[in-house]
Design a protein. Structure first.
Length: 506
């Protein structure tokens, strides 16, 4: 295989929003930082009938509108590396001109056979485009590496995920596949690994002996916006839990890898998925909560309910809120409950992991509820990225009254450091062949296996309740019943990491 780092970056679906808003601005950021190879070409591919100049003009506007770095002095030189080819994705015959165009680019730009294909297309094309690329030999690594980036969703359920797996592995090797999950590109998700495995104070405590439970929240303040048609066929469970949040849970729970090599880290993540205790159908009602946001008034603004959104079936039972309690059956985590929740139209946009430590074995100081007497380590993924430790301190004055105080660190305090966007980091990793932060086939399949009983039960069992919750609240009140100890509730985070409160808003 060619070791030269020069390559052609091919984006399928190049006329779409993801390309304009995320991919090309991320590539431009890498270019400004001199992180792209000197011999590099970007080839946009879609059905639209553009010339190179048309496409370059559109991408220049996109960079100016969505740039992630202030320096605009390199835009003109960058767009000269951009080219365009129109094809019909389902028509195998149009892939021959695509190959010919790539061969011309290689000759003109003196680029070897290295190629990265990014599928920014509808999921229905994930099995078709790779097959057609292989039919014209664009999967062959004889003249350089070939890599394929696939956006989520990786299947709609276990059956479709298995079909996609077989379609991809028919012509492509596992090492060539990069399943991108932008959550894993976030700096604070990666910092989970560093927090756990570079600090000796955490590892002895990171187990069933000292941790009471683990809570993971991903909240969005927006609704489905203009994506009602798509979302109504997906729902919170498929859209967020199956990929983003289970991956975050696995990184939180994994054992220390033998090295920082991608295969070592991904092996430990896979072991977590393989250790998930299956949720039996008869336990779905008690271990899961599903909800759907209702019309409400927030700050004098009337917010439509989910069923009134554009593209949504007026009788839809698709969940916009999902909460699950589950266990990881291994030596480290045996008996420790994990709680995951995600939802739309919640009070604020926030994603975080909360480690709830067990209380002291003997209560010398009365502090009210069990919840208020437990230490918490909060790892904030977004926004106001950082870490927060909550612990008890004596209230000034007579007696031994105890109150919780915060010790926090905010990434924004590192004013001299620029935090790259998730796509920028993941695109760069894919160019380097680093698959650490990309999901492996086995991980995807295990995640679908775990959630299949829930998906089937929510679909088929008519007596599984769908709870309504007013837009702007923290979801169905009954979600508190998931947590076994009645004196403990969910943490109610705010936009600011160090604040706590039910009514926090953006």
């Amino acid at each position: 295989m060619i070791n030269d780092d020069s390559h052609i970056y091919v984006i399928f679906g190049a006329s779409g929003d993801l390309t304009k808003r995320k991919l090309v601005p991320a590539l431009y950021s890498l270019y400004v930082q001199d992180l792209l190879p000197e011999k590099f070409a970007l080839l946009g591919v879609s059905r639209s009938d553009f010339t190179d100049m048309d496409f370059r003009s559109g991408m220049k506007k996109a960079i100016n509108a969505f740039k992630e770095i202030d320096d605009t002095s390199h835009i003109d030189s960058f767009i000269q590396k951009i080219h365009y080819q129109s094809i019909q994705f389902n028509d195998a015959s149009t892939y021959h001109p695509l190959r010919q165009r790539m061969e011309i680019l290689r000759t003109d730009e003196e680029i070897c056979g290295n190629t990265l294909f990014y599928l920014s297309t509808p999921p229905s094309l994930y099995g078709i485009i790779p097959q057609h690329l292989a039919s014209v030999g664009l999967n062959s690594q004889e003249d350089g590496w070939k890599r394929l980036i696939i956006e989520k969703p990786f299947g709609y359920d276990l059956e479709s995920a298995m079909i996609l797996k077989n379609q991809l592995l028919k012509d492509w090797q596992e090492e060539q596949l990069f399943r991108i999950d932008h959550y894993l590109g976030k700096e604070t998700v990666q910092n989970l690994l560093v927090t756990r495995f570079s600090n000796g104070i955490f590892e002895p405590l990171w187990n069933r002996n000292y941790i009471h439970h683990v809570e993971i929240t991903s909240a969005e303040s927006i609704g489905v916006e203009k994506r009602g048609g798509y979302y109504d066929t997906s729902g919170a469970l498929r859209d967020m839990v199956q990929n983003h949040l289970l991956q975050v849970a696995a990184i939180t729970a994994m054992e220390s890898p033998s090295s920082l090599e991608p295969v070592a880290i991904r092996n430990e993540i896979l072991k977590v998925f393989q250790s998930l205790r299956p949720i039996k159908k008869e336990d779905v009602k008690t271990n899961t909560i599903r909800g759907q946001y209702l019309a409400s008034t927030i700050k004098s603004e009337t917010i439509a309910g989910y069923r009134q959104e554009e593209g949504v079936d007026p009788k839809s039972v698709t969940e916009t809120y999902a909460a699950i309690k589950f266990y990881i059956d291994n030596w480290r985590w045996g008996g420790v409950p994990f709680y995951i929740r995600t939802g739309k139209r919640l009070p604020t946009r926030v994603t975080e992991v909360v480690i709830h430590f067990k209380p002291t074995p003997h209560f010398l100081f009365t502090s009210g509820s069990l919840s208020s007497s437990c230490n918490q380590l909060v790892i904030r993924i977004q926004p106001d990225e950082g870490m927060l430790m909550k612990f008890g301190m004596k209230t000034p004055g007579a007696g031994f009254d105890v109150q919780n105080v915060n010790m926090d660190f905010h990434y924004s305090d590192l004013t001299h450091q620029r935090i790259p966007s998730a796509y920028e980091r993941l695109i760069y990793d894919s160019m380097k062949g680093d698959s650490t932060l990309f999901a492996r086939t086995e991980e995807v399949i295990e995640a679908w296996k775990f959630l299949s009983p829930v998906i089937e039960c929510w679909k088929d069992e008519k007596d599984v309740p769908l709870y309504g919750y007013p837009a702007g609240t923290w979801g169905p009140e009954t979600a508190d019943d998931l947590i076994e100890d009645k004196s403990i509730t969910w943490r109610y985070p705010c936009k600011n990491l160090s604040d706590d409160g039910i009514y926090c808003e953006l």
